[in-house]
Design a protein around this ligand. Structure first.
Ligand SMILES: Cc1ncc(COP(=O)(O)O)c(C=O)c1O
Length: 379
């Protein structure tokens, strides 16, 4: 017997964990003010780049003495640039609880080959950050996009640490109030929480990170695309919008539009509240159904952006095939796009809950999830 389909559909079925949904008021026509066909080093382009930096600072509450730069190659570019420029001066503790963090571990262990220790947790769990030695440098991911697990705070990171902390905050920035005094390097990409375009990354440096850059030269060569210093001094221009190479002014305009939307809804506090409300809607659904669970069993560490779920019903024989089939049903119905778990993660679903997603859409989508589950069981 066919299971009855819900009547209501989400107005926007885009729940991908990256690139993420555009802000609800997004309008391509607003990109018309991009200075296209002009040099990014001419006054209008430079002004846009500086505006992107300073509005980021304003919304995220980044201290005035921290540098913010727009760099190539999205978050990956920003984090790699930081690791290759800063690490090696002292041992580094590499922390990973999912796929992206694991990628940074591989870089340090197999490419940089520097003195390191590795601290990992299974998908759905987290490393005890209090057990780390902050005399070493420490690299970690704030929000594990592929596991749905995040840090609860930076409280255990000592303010008077000797090492640097390097934080990949790709899916946390704009959804979490980041503790800047605990972070020496923070990176994220435009394509995540604000639903911007890919290709550009943000690199945020504390004064101590700048001090390291100016006092330490890595033993390995650095390509131009990674170089943050010249003659032992920070290239300050990078942090005023004089990018290392040519940025896309269309992407910059798009990011500015996202930032303007973020301000219009009430800034960081409201973005966090929107993500929390989306996640709460999913929590109510999970609590009401005995066949689905969060990948993260401890509610305290559950992400409010990349919500990862697993099917627990005993009636399911092949969990990977089942989760794929459910995701396909949701996609075929155009009610939830791109919600399959990440390729390296345990089988299940991943539903993006960042602030650009409307809670009404999450609520309209969830009955479809129940429909897809029951239909798949019945088939
Ligand atoms: C935690 C984390 N780090 C890094 C990346 C890579 O980001 P990008 O593809 O923008 O470089 C992602 C992308 O999903 C991510 O979630």
């Amino acid at each position: 017997m066919a299971i009855q389909k819900p009547v209501t559909r989400p107005a926007n079925p885009r729940f991908s964990s990256g690139p993420c949904a555009k802000p609800p008021t997004y309008d391509l026509a607003k990109l018309a003010s991009a200075p296209l066909g002009r040099s990014h080093r001419a006054a209008p382009g430079k002004a846009k780049l500086l505006e992107a930096i300073e509005t980021t600072r304003e919304i995220l509450g980044v201290p005035a003495d921290y540098r913010i730069g727009i760099v190539p190659a999205s978050d990956t570019g920003a984090f790699e640039m930081a690791m290759w420029s800063l690490l090696g001066e002292r041992p580094v503790q590499m922390v990973a609880w999912e796929s992206f963090g694991a990628g940074w571990v591989t870089d340090v262990a197999k490419q940089l080959k520097i003195d390191h220790s590795i601290h990992t947790a299974q998908y759905g769990e987290i490393v005890d950050m209090a057990a780390l030695n902050y005399d070493d440098d420490v690299c970690f991911t704030w929000n594990g996009t592929t596991s749905g697990v995040r840090l609860t705070s930076g409280d255990v990171i000592p303010a008077d640490r000797n090492g640097l902390t390097l934080c990949d905050a790709t899916s946390a920035a704009f959804a979490v109030d980041l503790p800047w005094d605990k972070l020496d390097v923070t990176t994220f990409s435009w394509q995540k929480v604000l639903g911007g375009e890919a290709a550009h990354g943000m690199l945020i440096l504390s004064p101590r990170a700048v001090e390291r850059l100016e006092s330490y030269t890595p033993a390995w060569p650095l390509p131009k695309i990674f170089r943050l210093t010249k003659g032992g001094k920070l290239i300050e221009g990078i942090f005023r919008g004089e990018t290392i190479n040519t940025p896309s002014m269309l992407c910059v305009e798009d990011y500015l539009q996202a930032l303007a939307w973020a301000k219009s809804v009430g800034g960081l506090e409201r973005l966090v509240a929107r993500a929390d409300a989306n996640t709460a809607a999913i929590t109510s659904f999970v609590d009401a159904h005995d066949w689905i669970e969060f990948l993260a069993t401890d509610p305290a560490i559950r992400s409010n952006t990349s919500v990862c779920l697993k099917f627990t019903s005993e009636r399911i024989k092949d969990r990977a095939a089942f989760a794929k089939a459910v995701a396909k049903r949701l996609s075929d119905e155009d009610v939830a796009l791109d919600v399959g778990a990440y390729r390296d993660a345990p089988p299940g679903l991943r539903i993006w809950c960042g602030g650009t997603v409307e809670t009404s859409d999450i609520k309209a989508m969830l009955p479809w999830l129940a429909w897809a589950f029951e239909s798949e069981i019945a088939s």
